[in-house]
Ligand binder design. Structure first.
Ligand SMILES: NC(=O)c1ccc[n+]([C@@H]2O[C@H](COP(=O)([O-])OP(=O)(O)OC[C@H]3O[C@@H](n4cnc5c(N)ncnc54)[C@H](O)[C@@H]3O)[C@@H](O)[C@H]2O)c1
Length: 264
């Protein structure tokens, strides 16, 4: 076990997915008590067992980030059990791919509800508890899609660009209050997780028939200067730095972890 976030209480949404799971394992390994939340309770129990087997501390709460009452319940639970919240990682997200003319309004709204509304609700409900404890770190997981546009993912790009500027605005609100809360956005590139099941290989008509593994490897070889997808652990390393006191003078910034894709 390390100790870079020793004793901190850290809440991570979407914590049973690829990046969220890696972030939960990493923060727990470095000494945080992780409150992992996600939709699927069975995978949550597995995650908690894995963290505990490695000597870490974790709890799982079933939680839909689009539900404001659920957010109030999660924060009340953390307050009751731990009395404070030091780190919030707004990581839950979905990626829906379609040419804009094929995108249904219900899919547009569902993606916005998870990626943007979920982040807003997390910040809104976590801030009072963080402030009561004298400060904290919020990490909003955006994407390089919030920095650089791509075709057929206009809705996804819109939500991730919005998270980027929402983050900066809240960072300034917190700084003005001198509340000790830092708020940053994290921009992963192409990372090998299940989210690519719905994003990769989409044809102009919106269909998606190519096998995921082979397609992602071929796609990244061509599209990423490093020639490979990122690993969830490589993104979790950035979450750890932003969550830790090592980044104590950093707020409103954009941490890009993308094998140089966004500058190519
Ligand atoms: N994988 C990539 O290439 C990549 C790149 C840039 C950004 N991101 C972002 O990273 C974050 C994590 O994505 P991932 O790649 O690990 O994908 P993933 O599909 O493996 O994990 C996403 C998790 O979010 C959860 N989730 C979905 N809707 C939810 C809801 N309404 N409430 C609570 N949880 C919900 C899912 O159950 C899942 O566990 C997302 O915000 C994604 O947009 C991923």
């Amino acid at each position: 076990m390390g100790g870079r976030v020793e004793g901190k209480i850290a809440c991570i949404t979407g914590a049973t997915g690829g990046i969220g799971r890696a972030a939960a394992l990493t923060l727990a390994r470095e000494g945080a008590l992780v409150v992992a939340t996600d939709l699927a309770a069975d995978r949550g129990a597995e995650l908690v067992a894995e963290i505990e087997a490695a000597g870490g501390k974790a709890r799982f709460l079933a939680h839909d980030v689009t539900d404001e009452d659920a957010w109030a319940g999660v924060i009340a639970d953390i307050d009751r059990e731990h009395g404070r919240l030091d780190v919030l990682v707004n990581n839950a997200g979905i990626g829906l791919s379609a040419p804009v003319t094929e995108m249904s309004l219900s899919d547009w709204r569902r993606q916005t509800a998870v990626n943007l509304d979920g982040t807003f609700l997390g910040v809104k409900h976590a801030l009072p508890l963080m402030r009561r404890g004298g400060g904290g770190s919020i990490v909003n997981v955006s994407s390089i899609a919030g920095l650089k546009a791509s075709p057929n993912v206009s809705g996804y790009c819109a939500t991730k660009a919005a998270v980027r500027y929402f983050t900066k605005s809240v960072a300034l609100e917190c700084a003005a209050l001198k509340d000790g809360v830092r708020v940053n956005s994290l921009h992963p590139g192409i990372v090998a997780t299940a989210i690519w099941d719905s994003l990769i290989g989409t044809r102009p008509d919106g269909s998606n028939e190519r096998p995921r593994g082979a397609t992602l490897a071929a796609f990244t070889e061509r599209a990423v200067p490093f020639g490979r997808p990122g690993l969830p652990e490589e993104v979790a390393a950035g979450v750890l730095w932003l969550a830790s006191d090592e980044s104590s003078y950093v707020s409103g910034t954009e941490l890009v972890i993308d094998g140089a894709r966004s500058i190519a």
